[in-house]
Write a protein that binds this ligand. Structure first.
Ligand code: K7E
Ligand code: CUA
Length: 672
């Protein structure tokens, strides 16, 4: 097979011979997609060494619990952000300072299932301040600071199980939301599972999100015991409303596969959250005892604190008429997506034969006309015909999620028929379709769920990988595929593997945030209680069975680096401050036999790790990040003696530092 058939113009652009070989030897044997790659695909995704990508893309890690950051169009992995899972690579959840971030009402939880990254918005457009993401299993929402690419805050959602419809934002990021995927007894209680219909409820949570460090549950809305799946805020004319899909309106509690697929239509819940605000202000919400953690990472002290909250305000729609309506929607809908104009509400009915699109203006009219079928738990059910704007006919099988290009088109992922379908808003006609490899879940257009999509690329996030990469045993990484959507026809450009299972993703132009990146933490502003700004501040102290060791790390040594007087039975804390003030000069710290991760310490940062030595001996520690030509010399020893030993507590501090210390003491004495 000639190379030119597959990449006619690639030869000039591609530098790696290996890549060429791979493309021409393996592509023909595989599936047919290579022939669908357009001729200039290689050039379109080629970002020359030393050049930056055009977009930052944030892909959820799914069951990895983290976020992976890729450059687009190259598909290069540029960062993994630790969020809900302990990560030995950066000591997240291992370093003492970070442990409180993973605290919950259930205790320390070292993992979660992260599904939906969501960028903060201003006026309905991603603004590059923060990224939010949900923890699905132990419902939580995290806020990531996009100047440091670190998790700055995590709030837990009580009265919720499966925080899946989260953390979608309002156009001003006043709120991000979370809804229960699994209805449960609220408050949770020991009841027979068969009493589902009597006892199980759902909740929709509105979390204030625009004040860093002060995320808070503004209110929760008590809902019938359906499964609430996804959500999106209104915008423009529908600003002030939120839409949530639900399935299992049958309220089945077993064999949902069959029992929750009985009804022809389930519902989209339309929530007027301004109405909810008014009802809450008028005292219509009940104070509901609820335990949940709010964890905040303080950038100056490099230390997280966890606060246990004790109540929420719970609003029952019966006490707040006009707050909630149900829009009948075929059939077991998954995604709900609002188009850039705010008029159209698109549902992805997994089992539906059409893509139903509701109209916000018709919804308003139907409410005014009281075009109701019935009421469920105080929530009026609108007539389908009164709210439906149109249906996309024969779109394919298994519609899940829709994104928009800002040019009047919608793109819907089709899980079962493994394709993306492009259709026109308003006429509902299908204008293009492309295969995906394989079984696409979410798709993402940068800004594609906002008011102003950057409609140049579309990323398909596929569930099944099969033959896309060299086989790696029973499990393969998931596969993302990048398409060019700048023209009439979608064009496949690139495959790249992902970390964990990316459900949703977000992206924004790199220019929006690349120059706002923090290069290092200010050592002068470091308020960590164990900060060591100079060798003269280092040392070893004992308090009962607890030993604290303070040291600095700088190219290419730790100081102090010889420590004695530790005893078996002690709990030792190493507090290491990286006193470099230079971009990307990171040091690490690891000690022999530690039942813990290493530390990775950013410039200007202090990190602490706990170590419990089990036997007498001398234990080396070393820097784990190759920081300089003398990195291999960056090491030290800690001596451990038997319990009750007379070995004195000592830290070797250099004569120069000792002199500095005594000068400092003298000048302090003179001041007094
Ligand atoms: Cu995977 Cu948004 Cu959790 Cu659909 S969800 S695919
Ligand atoms: Cu510091 Cu290697």
């Amino acid at each position: 097979m000639k190379l030119s058939k597959w990449f006619p113009q690639a030869a000039a652009a591609l530098v790696a011979g290996g890549a060429l070989l791979y493309a021409c030897t393996s592509a023909p044997k595989q599936n047919q997609s290579s022939s669908l790659v357009s001729g200039d695909a290689a050039q379109r995704v080629y970002v020359a060494p030393g050049s930056y990508d055009e977009y930052y893309a944030f892909l959820s890690g799914g069951y990895s619990g983290q976020i992976a950051v890729y450059g687009l169009p190259s598909g290069r992995l540029i960062k993994v952000i630790s969020v809900f899972s302990q990560n030995p690579e950066d000591a997240w959840g291992y370093a003492e300072e970070t442990k409180p971030m993973l605290n919950t009402s259930y205790g320390f939880i070292p993992w979660d299932d992260a599904h939906h990254p969501e960028l903060s918005q201003t006026n309905g457009v991603p603004d590059g301040r923060w990224l939010f993401i949900n923890g699905n299993n132990t419902p939580r929402i995290a806020r990531i600071d996009l100047t440091t690419f670190t998790t700055a805050e995590i709030i837990q959602l009580p009265n919720s199980a499966g925080g899946h419809a989260a953390p979608f934002t309002t156009p001003d990021s006043k709120y991000v939301v979370s809804a229960t995927r699994f209805s449960v007894p609220i408050p949770n209680a020991d009841v027979p599972i068969a009493s589902y219909k009597d006892n199980f409820r759902g909740t929709l949570s509105f979390v204030t999100a625009d004040q860093p460090g002060k995320m808070d549950i503004a209110f929760q809305i008590l809902m019938p015991g359906f499964d609430y799946d996804l959500g999106h805020a209104g915008k423009g004319p529908s600003d002030g409303w939120f839409f949530f899909t639900s399935y299992n309106s049958e309220q089945a509690n077993t064999k949902l596969e069959v029992n929750a697929s009985q009804n022809d239509k389930d519902f989209i819940a339309a929530i007027n959250y301004r109405q909810a605000e008014q009802c809450v202000a008028a005292g219509k919400a009940k104070t509901f005892p609820s335990k949940y953690a709010h964890n905040v990472y303080d950038e100056a002290s490099h230390t997280a604190t966890s606060t246990m909250m004790t109540s929420v305000r719970m609003l029952d729609p019966r006490d707040c008429p006009g707050v909630a309506y149900f829009l009948p929607t075929p059939k077991s809908p998954h995604g709900v997506d609002v188009d850039p104009t705010g008029e159209y509400i698109v549902a992805g009915g997994k089992l539906a034969t059409v893509i139903p699109v509701h109209s916000f203006s018709k919804l308003q009219k139907a409410i005014a006309d009281k075009a109701f079928d019935k009421e469920i738990a105080g929530i009026p059910v609108l007539k389908y015909e009164a709210v439906i704007a149109g249906e996309v006919q024969k779109p394919g099988l298994g519609p899940l999620h829709t994104e928009f290009d800002g040019k009047g088109y919608a793109y819907t992922s089709m899980f079962i028929s493994s394709e993306v379908v492009k259709w026109k808003l308003g006429t509902w006609e299908i204008v293009d379709r492309v295969p995906t490899y394989y079984s696409i879940g979410h798709l993402m257009i940068p800004g594609g769920d906002s008011k102003k999509p950057w409609g140049k690329y579309m990323l398909a996030l596929n569930k099944i990988t099969k033959d896309r990469y060299l086989p790696t045993g029973p499990e393969l990484f998931q596969s993302a595929q990048l398409y060019d959507i700048s023209g009439d026809k979608m064009k496949l450009l690139l495959d790249f593997p992902t970390i964990g299972e990316p459900h949703y993703a977000q992206a924004l132009p790199a220019a929006m945030i690349k120059d706002k990146q923090l290069k290092f933490y200010s050592l002068a502003n470091n308020t960590n209680q164990y900060v060591t700004r100079a060798e003269s501040e280092g040392g070893i102290t004992r308090s009962g069975k607890r030993v604290d060791i303070k040291m600095i790390a700088i190219r290419s040594h730790f100081a102090p680096d010889n420590l004695e007087g530790v005893q078996v039975g002690d709990t030792v804390y190493f507090h290491v401050t990286n006193i470099e003030q230079d971009w990307d000069i990171v040091h690490g710290f690891a000690v022999l036999g530690s039942e813990n991760s290493e530390l990775i310490i950013n410039p200007g940062e202090t990190r602490s790790i706990r170590w419990i030595p089990k036997a007498p001996g001398v234990y080396p520690f070393y820097c784990t990040d190759f920081c300089s030509a003398l990195h291999q010399e960056m090491q030290g020893y800690v001596r451990v003696s038997p319990a009750g030993s007379m070995v004195a507590l000592t830290a070797n501090v250099s004569p120069k530092a000792q002199q500095q210390m005594s000068t400092a003491k003298k000048s302090e004495a003179t001041k007094k």
